[in-house]
Ligand binder design. Structure first.
Ligand SMILES: [Zn+2]
Length: 208
């Protein structure tokens, strides 16, 4: 199986997992994976991730030109392609509307990872992008600026999350953790609110 074929199969598998976890309700969310230095596979517009097949996916040049696939690429494709062009460490991108994390975005509340060592270690500091209509050049510009700053998890105000990973399992694990962690913070609020780790404690997580 060639690289493109393998990548199509993997993306379709992860789309189903993301849908089944409730991270991409309806026809929302998008997934992409880098195939090589100048090519990526992206999900098409308007299809539920529950039933997407390898043949539904679109293979594109990082410059935006479609190489193969008969469907229209997602309108959010430019932010995926920009991530691969700008960051050579990125091999997969997931944009999800998972309920707990998106609840923070809807309220314009920053998800602070300084409450738990695992969140701080695996998600890093989370970037925030102001609201703009999805798919517009202004929106993609703000997202691209956050990607350039090196964030691996970026929240879109009133919208959802974008997770950048070294590969699909990595991007998936971060998406899963982000959602679980946002749920933990919501529960912690009921118990009186989580207590933040000190700078010294955070330093020790990163440097031992
Ligand atoms: Zn979205």
């Amino acid at each position: 199986m060639n690289n493109e074929k393998k990548a199509r199969k993997r993306v379709a598998e992860y789309c189903r997992r993301l849908y089944e976890k409730g991270f991409m309700p309806g026809i929302d969310g998008n997934v992409s994976v880098r195939v090589d230095s100048d090519t990526a596979i992206v999900t098409p517009a308007g299809l539920s991730k529950e039933t997407i097949t390898p043949g539904d996916l679109v293979c594109m040049k990082l410059t935006g030109e479609v190489i193969s696939g008969s469907r229209q690429p997602s309108s959010e494709t430019p932010m995926h392609l920009a991530a691969y062009r700008l960051r050579h460490d990125i091999g997969a991108v997931i944009h999800a509307h998972s309920p707990n994390a998106t609840a923070f975005a809807l309220c314009g509340k920053h998800i602070d990872t300084r409450y738990a060592p695992f969140a701080y270690m695996h998600l890093g500091v989370i970037g925030d992008v102001p609201y703009d209509a999805p798919g517009t050049p202004e929106f993609h510009q703000s997202v691209t600026a956050a990607v350039k700053k090196g964030y691996n998890v970026i929240m879109f105000k009133n919208h959802g999350a974008m997770v950048l990973g070294a590969n699909l399992p990595d991007a998936y694990a971060k998406t899963d953790l982000l959602e679980a962690y946002a749920g933990m913070l919501l529960k912690a609020e009921l118990l009186g609110g989580a207590s933040v780790l000190s700078d010294k404690q955070l330093e020790k997580i990163v440097h031992g």
